[in-house]
Design a protein around this ligand. Structure first.
Ligand code: NAP
Ligand code: G4F
Length: 331
């Protein structure tokens, strides 16, 4: 039975990847950091099937111990400070968690289990102020945020460990991917949650930033399969993963609001608080290499994804509202 260690298993991608690998018959080790309140929301349903190891990205000793305990065939390094907007007010923390920690993880693998295959969660944010469109593996990077800069470091250190030490280290350059498990501060989930709250009368407006930004949005459940495929190849390599379609934030709002019979223009307020110091105006990926070499395909399209997220938030918010109503009736 193959063994996989996942960092960031409590996050969106980690939870889908853990599910997928369990389905493939893997023994899954999930690394989680200590938090004051345990955060198992995304993995509650598979919590008992994961072998939990404790570790923090910034603590090399704990990563060495996580690799020693799990003795993995494959390591998926997904943990990071992943919210772009937070990287301006916290550039140093982002540098430690999203850049330097990749070296920590690579060192832990090199020292303890250098034959383990390694996946690094790189990002289309590295393309930033894009040099060409669509973006592919050979497109030069021009990051626009401390997060993007940190991811460029993580990408190149992964390539460097492959070339320096012969490690099977791959970097997946993934474009935006979303799901009902997405953190609520990211734009797709902020919109699906806001639409559900407005529809159910719990919120009156939705305050947003740049509605003209263009993103290539896919479904996280499709993208984690590409991570796995990269580690099943004969040779390590880097791949762009994307849908090859882009939409504005405005289109996202249109699809989400009209799904519940509302017009977004009646509820959305543009608020400078959500504008970024430097914006990535456009991201559009060309994943021809992944399709041809990995045989990767995507199943969920943009509209289906947005509707799925709104439907899930409607269920959750309805449940929350009923609970609050029952509590106030009993008070
Ligand atoms: P996410 O939901 O924000 O998950 C991040 C994970 O990292 C969480 O499990 C978090 O743990 C963990 N983490 C943060 N700081 C840590 C620390 N100091 N020690 C140990 N664990 C820590 O992110 P995601 O959307 O699943 O993305 C996964 C990875 O892919 C990230 O590296 C992200 O930057 C990258 N990426 C994402 C996308 C996308 O569109 N989703 C695209 C390209 C690249 P807690 O639960 O305790 O906070
Ligand atoms: O959903 P976002 O916060 O995602 P962003 O910045 O594209 O980053 C995500 O994708 C990257 C891959 O390209 C990942 F590496 C990264 O970890 C993360 O998962 O914002 C998307 C767009 C931006 O242009 C932003 O300015 O939506 C725009 N936007 C407009 N109003 C907003 C808002 N974003 C957020 N979060 N909140 C708003 O109110």
């Amino acid at each position: 039975m193959k063994k996989a260690l996942i960092t960031g298993v409590t996050g969106q991608d980690g939870s889908y990847l853990a599910e997928f690998l369990l389905g493939q018959g893997y023994q899954v080790y999930g690394m989680r950091r200590r938090t004051s309140t345990p955060n198992y929301e995304n993995v509650e349903h598979i919590k008992h099937r994961i072998n939990w190891v404790s570790g923090d990205l910034t603590d090399l000793a704990s990563l060495i111990e996580a690799v020693r305990v799990s003795d993995p065939d494959e390591v998926y390094n997904l943990a990071a400070q992943s919210f772009v907007a937070a990287s301006w007010p916290q550039p140093l923390a982002t540098g430690h968690l999203t850049a330097i920690s990749v070296t920590n993880m690579l060192e832990a693998v090199r020292i303890v289990k250098p034959t383990a295959r390694f996946y690094q969660a790189s990002s289309s944010e590295m393309f930033g102020k894009v040099i060409e469109t669509p973006q592919k593996e050979t497109t030069p990077f021009y990051p626009r945020s401390p997060y993007g800069v940190a991811k460029v470091y993580g990408h190149w250190i992964t390539v460097n460990y492959r070339e320096s030490f012969g490690m099977f280290a791959c970097s997946g350059i993934l474009f935006n991917h979303e799901s009902p498990r997405r953190g609520v501060e990211f734009v797709t989930r902020k919109v699906s949650d806001g639409v559900a709250r407005i529809k159910l009368g719990l919120q009156k407006e939705l305050r947003m930033g740049n509605l003209d930004a263009l993103r290539d949005w896919g479904f996280a459940g499709d993208y984690i399969k590409a991570m796995w495929l990269m580690l099943q190849q004969d040779e390590p390599d880097d791949f762009v993963i994307s849908t090859g379609e882009m939409h504005t934030v405005r289109e996202l709002l249109e699809v989400a609001f009209s799904h519940v019979g509302l017009d977004y223009r009646d509820y959305v307020v543009v608020d400078p608080e959500f504008q970024r110091p430097a914006e990535v105006d456009l991201l559009l990926g060309d994943c021809t290499k992944a399709k041809e070499k990995l045989g990767w395909t995507l199943e969920v399209g943009f509209e289906q994804l947005v509707k799925m997220m709104v439907d899930e938030d409607l269920k959750r918010v309805r449940h929350e509202a009923a609970y609050l109503h029952a509590m106030s009736a009993n008070a």
